[in-house]
Ligand binder design. Structure first.
Ligand code: ZN
Length: 314
């Protein structure tokens, strides 16, 4: 069988303040600002992309910061925690760093034989740092965090579900994930080559409150596919198992289809190409505001209405 899905491509979430969002993900976590663009449906709102040096699939976290948006609520039917992979030897460094910048955290806890810290961004978004020995991805050298301690990309996304059977069925077939571990109602799936960045945990959460979307909540998770052809193939598979994916949409940096999993979480399948260097050089990714062609005539007005952002690692 052809590999149609490789693992996580990106996670997209909502925020309430663009600068505070940059301060957390660039400033504290040390991710690279990959792209500064706008919500194509609401050009007065940024769309900010963070990740590793090149924006590798499996490292990309994106936000729509709606200024003043009220907070969401964690619960069932939601992607509750987005976990990043950090090197095993950096756990103490990260504990000290979070403390230094006044970011409360809980842990370290143990899960599937790995230690992790649990924290929230400034909007209450659930973030975890999982210390692992088996992640060979390079991470981004921001000049402040020693490269050997830098975030490598995603580790896992956790989907809290009131019931798990139909979500598990979707992930397994047609989405080509394999169950690799189970612990206390948490079912770990992996896709493609497996390992950090390719894990999805389905967390059986019958007693959760229902999640509310708002600042600090994840809007959707995207899974990576190699080409436009593999995307159309997985789209056909979804259609034939009763799902209703959208037509292919052009997101400039990738092509996308969307559908809702049975628990209500929005899924996307995104192509790896063309990537983030399509409209600016790799060396200067994220430094200037990029607009799709059809908004270029309105650039001056759009730029004037957006807050100026400072993206610096602390
Ligand atoms: Zn997306």
């Amino acid at each position: 069988m052809n590999t149609l899905i490789n693992g996580i491509h990106h996670v997209t979430a909502l925020a309430s303040d663009a600068q505070r969002n940059v301060d957390f993900y660039v400033g504290i976590l040390g991710l690279r600002m990959l792209k500064k663009t706008i919500n194509f449906d609401a050009p007065d709102v940024y769309h900010l992309y963070y990740g590793d040096e090149t924006g590798s699939p499996g490292s990309i976290l994106t936000f729509f910061p709606y200024e003043g948006l009220s907070r969401g609520r964690k619960g069932g039917g939601q992607l509750t925690y987005t976990a990043f992979s950090i090197p095993q030897a950096s756990l103490r460094y990260w504990m000290d760093r979070l403390t230094q910048f006044g970011i409360p955290y809980a842990g370290p806890y143990q899960r599937f034989d790995e230690s992790y810290l649990r924290l929230e961004d400034y909007d209450g978004m659930g973030v975890e740092l999982v210390a692992t020995t088996n992640d060979t991805r390079p991470g981004w050298d921001n000049g402040k965090i020693p490269l050997e301690y830098a975030v490598r990309g995603f580790h896992t996304v956790s989907l809290n579900e009131f019931s798990v059977d139909r979500t598990v069925a979707l992930l397994t077939n047609p989405m080509q994930h394999t169950l690799v571990a189970e612990e206390e109602g948490r079912y770990r799936f992996q896709a493609g080559a497996g390992g950090p960045g390719n894990y999805v945990d389905v967390v059986y959460s019958p007693k959760d409150v229902r999640a509310l979307q708002g600042a600090g909540s994840v809007h959707h998770v995207a899974f990576s596919t190699d080409t436009d052809e593999t995307q159309l193939a997985i789209r056909e598979e979804l259609l034939s198992t009763g799902y209703s994916p959208t037509e292919v949409l052009d997101r400039n940096y990738f092509h996308s289809i969307y559908y809702r999993e049975p628990g209500g979480i929005l899924f996307e399948i995104a192509t790896n190409p063309p990537g983030f260097a399509i409209d600016e050089p790799l060396e200067s990714l994220g430094t200037s505001l990029k607009l799709p062609e059809w908004y270029e005539p309105r650039r001056a007005k759009i730029e004037a209405e957006l807050p100026v952002l400072v993206a610096e690692a602390k």
